[in-house]
Design a protein around this ligand. Structure first.
Ligand SMILES: [Zn+2]
Ligand SMILES: [Zn+2]
Length: 176
């Protein structure tokens, strides 16, 4: 069994949560959760805690490289998390095992997203994450053009405009 990131074979057993067994790479700190182990834990902890704001500032590395499944040697697929999180997580489409780079599990836990990991792999979640990424990029581009100091006013105006019945009339007036 080889680590998808550093390709060493030095895994240690670790419980990420009570009853959630994982293998941790002792070199890079990444975690591998076998699909069966995930569902075993999920069955005993079916609750879906409400998402909350993150308050920890752990450094995540999000290693963007081709990763190989430690169990069946297939290439892992990358999935965007979204919800303000910039890193991706990796899953094997064959055995459905999940790879988390160092600290990614901890960050997801901090936002209470750790108990709905299986939803992240759905088309619905992935589309929302892509849309979020596009919106973030659009905002970044706009900020570059108009300056960071003007962004709060633009955003506030946008939110106000959204709720106006005559918003297209207002836009037409402004752009004239
Ligand atoms: Zn490693
Ligand atoms: Zn696999």
């Amino acid at each position: 069994m080889k680590c998808p990131v550093c390709e060493t074979s030095t895994f240690a057993h670790k419980d990420l949560e009570q009853g959630l067994h994982a293998l941790t790479c002792t070199v890079c700190g990444g975690n591998w959760i076998n699909s069966f182990q995930y569902w075993l834990w999920k069955e005993k902890h079916p609750e879906n805690l409400p998402e909350k704001e993150s308050c920890i500032t752990l450094q995540t590395s999000d290693v963007i490289t081709t990763k190989i499944c430690p169990e069946c040697n297939k290439i892992l697929s990358r999935y965007h998390v979204g919800h303000g999180i910039s890193f991706t997580i990796d899953r094997c489409e064959q055995c459905r095992g999940i790879w988390f780079d160092a600290n990614e599990w901890e960050v997801l836990h901090d936002k209470n997203l750790h108990d709905e990991i299986h939803f992240i792999f759905s088309n619905h979640w992935q589309k929302a994450a892509r849309d979020e990424q596009m919106e973030t990029n659009r905002e970044k581009n706009l900020m570059r053009m108009i300056g960071a100091e003007n962004m709060p006013r633009v955003k506030e105006f946008k939110n106000w405009l959204k709720n106006q019945k005559e918003h297209s009339t207002i836009i037409a007036f402004l752009s004239n």
